[in-house]
Design a protein around this ligand. Structure first.
Ligand code: GDP
Ligand code: MG
Length: 144
């Protein structure tokens, strides 16, 4: 399992027309796309997906942002995928994200930080089934 992870291109990055650029950068960095879909996050999905942040001051703002626009979910394969993708996207706040990282390039602020990436193998297994049905995973020959 250690070679699979989940990326979400968040609504602010989709609106900037950088979906293609982000995928190109990922592929240049040897990430392989296993599955990809567009979706608009519902409040119910946001509640589940971000359940560990419920009750935090930024939670309402985060849900409002994530449910107002199109997102792209991508299942990616690479050795050491989780850690590599977290390094690739940069830290949560775009202002402190390392130069050249996706969040430094395309993040607007700490809420609208362009992308999500799973932070552990455990969360890969929790998050992917929230966004992809068994049928979608099966159609893409993905076994979690
Ligand atoms: P991530 O794993 O780097 O995405 O960060 P977290 O899991 O801690 O937070 C989830 C998402 O909530 C982040 O990507 C941001 O969109 C948002 N977020 C996190 N921390 C803050 C914060 O302190 N303020 C605000 N406004 N948003 C935050
Ligand atoms: Mg997180």
């Amino acid at each position: 399992m250690k070679n699979i992870t989940l990326l979400i291109i968040k609504p602010n990055a989709v609106k900037k027309h950088v979906i293609g650029d982000i995928i190109q950068k990922l592929e240049n960095d040897k990430f392989e796309v296993l599955a990809i879909k567009s979706f608009v996050m519902t409040e119910a999905i946001a509640d589940k997906f971000y359940e560990m942040h419920k009750g935090k001051s930024f939670f309402p703002k985060l849900v409002d942002f994530m449910t107002n626009g199109l997102s792209i979910a991508i299942i990616l394969k690479k050795s050491n995928a989780v850690l590599d993708l977290r390094n690739f996207i940069g830290s949560t706040d775009p202002q402190s994200a390392s130069k050249g990282s996706i969040r430094a390039l395309y993040g607007d602020d700490i809420t609208r930080n362009a992308v999500h990436a799973s932070d552990s193998d455990e969360n890969v297994l929790r998050e992917i089934p929230i966004l992809f049905s068994d049928e979608e995973l099966g159609n893409n020959k993905i076994k979690l």
